[in-house]
Design a protein around this ligand. Structure first.
Ligand SMILES: CCCCCCCC(=O)SCCNC(=O)CCNC(=O)[C@H](O)C(C)(C)COP(=O)(O)OP(=O)(O)OC[C@H]1O[C@@H](n2cnc3c(N)ncnc32)[C@H](O)[C@@H]1OP(=O)(O)O
Length: 223
């Protein structure tokens, strides 16, 4: 992986904002489709009929598409977008999506409602989903919108099950040493008691620019 993998895109911020909103609304409908597919009890004939309609919609969307994943893009105005990201991607129906708030230097939090699509044990959040969400918020905590960081090592302690429903995730930088940033985080259910605790080592890769004024780096961190 190198900085060249982050794509400079000439699309104006206004156009990026407009397109993001249009496709994000479709993505919300697709999330609803996923939930409905899991929970539907309609009869088989109705399922087959719906499947035909969904297949037709997929063909319409594929009439014009990217050759591969969406990647991380940025424009000359400083706007960046990572619409396919598995956790925060505005155009990814697999992403809840998480809306991460940076509430001070070295800390971040997000509130999200996890439904049937994120189930592991009955009625509980899947352990891998908890790890996924924690990894993202911890990565963004480490980067702080000012540098590029990658997950080096992630350690999780699952204290008890997290019920599906409203969840809060919080992260903070515990320490820094050179290119290594240690982040602590937790995930909690509605009672606010941590159900999953995490410690992670995030690393500024050797190939990343070290100058924080380099906007390419900052733009990726914003992704
Ligand atoms: C904007 C934020 C978005 C967040 C997205 C969510 C986070 C992610 O999903 S990132 C994707 C998952 N992570 C990855 O794919 C990372 C894959 N690994 C790599 O790319 C590299 O191994 C990388 C970047 C971690 C380290 O590479 P490099 O910069 O060459 O490290 P290197 O120079 O060898 O080592 C630097 C230091 O880190 C240590 N180190 C290296 N890798 C690790 C590791 N995995 N765990 C612990 N320590 C490590 C080394 O021992 C060394 O320590 P010291 O300076 O004390 O000797």
């Amino acid at each position: 992986m190198t900085m060249e993998m982050f794509i400079l895109d000439e699309t104006s911020t206004g156009e990026v904002d407009r397109r993001e909103k249009v496709v994000a609304a479709l993505t919300d409908s697709v999330r609803d489709l996923v939930d409905a597919t899991i929970r539907s009890t309609v009869d088989d004939d109705e399922i087959l009929a719906v499947r035909e309609e969904v297949d037709a919609l997929v063909s319409r969307l594929r009439a014009a598409q990217l050759a591969g994943p969406a990647g991380v893009r940025y424009n000359a105005e400083g706007r960046s977008w990572n619409w396919g990201n598995a956790v925060v991607g505005q155009h990814n129906a697999l992403a809840p999506p998480l809306e991460i708030v940076h509430d001070g230097p070295g800390s971040a939090r997000a509130d999200v409602v996890l439904g049937a699509a994120y189930e592991g044990p009955p009625g509980m959040v899947h352990g891998g989903v908890a790890a996924l969400l924690l990894d993202q918020i911890m990565g963004e905590t480490a980067s702080g919108f000012k540098r590029l960081t990658m997950t080096g090592t992630l350690s999780l302690r699952y204290r008890r099950g997290t019920p599906l429903g409203p969840v809060r995730i919080e992260g903070r930088i515990a320490s820094e040493s050179g290119r290594k940033i240690t982040v602590q985080a937790h995930l909690a259910g509605p009672d606010g008691e941590p159900t999953v605790e995490a410690t992670g080592l995030f690393i500024i890769p050797s190939w990343a620019p070290v100058d924080e004024s380099d906007r390419t780096w900052a733009r990726f961190a914003e992704g």
